[in-house]
Design a protein around this ligand. Sequence first.
Ligand code: SAM
Length: 236
Amino acid sequence: MLYIVPTPIGNLQDITLRALETLKTADAVLCEDTRRTQILLSHFGISKPTYRYNENDDRSVARCLEALKSGKTCALVSDCGTPCISDPGWKLVKEAVAAGIKVSSLPGPSAVACALAGAGITGGAFTFLGFLPRKAGKAAKLIASAHELNHPVVIYESPYRVVKMLELIAKTLGGNTPVILARELSKVYEEWLRGTAEGLAAELGKKNKVQGEFVMIIDRAQQAPQEEEDEPDPYF
Ligand code: SAM
């Protein structure tokens, strides 16, 4: 049995009771970084064998799969948040499903959901792009096509590239494009920056060093038109 177990994105109190129970009762914990996961486990008084798991290392995937096939109950975690969401794990989940191993996905912390809920801009659809490609041209194409859907667009970005990404958004969609930056969610210095792509790039560009983890949300171009209630629906 494979349990996918989300872990906190900054505040250890955000671990769920079910996540703790699952980690306590599993035979092994499969993780991105054994040292980091051991720190988390020992904080909660859990002692468990950990196996390093890396998507790009087929041997590590095979080793984890063998443990599952031998009947072990394993908990898959990543360094923070929900595994498989811009994090390793999907290959193992895919192979476990293909091998007929039962998979259960626990709900829990994820930066995308946390940022979107606090942004106050939609209760409905959004487009999640995760980390964008390094090449500016490819990233710009993705941003432009996602923005066309007229949903908020959510991007994960490192502090080292956040100003460059804001500049790229300004160049691609226009300097006045509304952007929300959710910084250090659930941590002591949680901060929400709201403005335009150009304005935020200038504001953060003034700092010597941009620090912390960021979720960027590009607000939709225009308010979605109210759906016509009495318009005939061609699909029904
Ligand atoms: N699997 C994780 C999840 O469920 O959100 C995401 C892991 S991904 C490798 C790390 C990225 O998530 C960071 O670069 C940042 O964009 C975002 N992130 C993680 N923790 C965050 C936090 N506390 N505040 C803001 N963004 C965060």
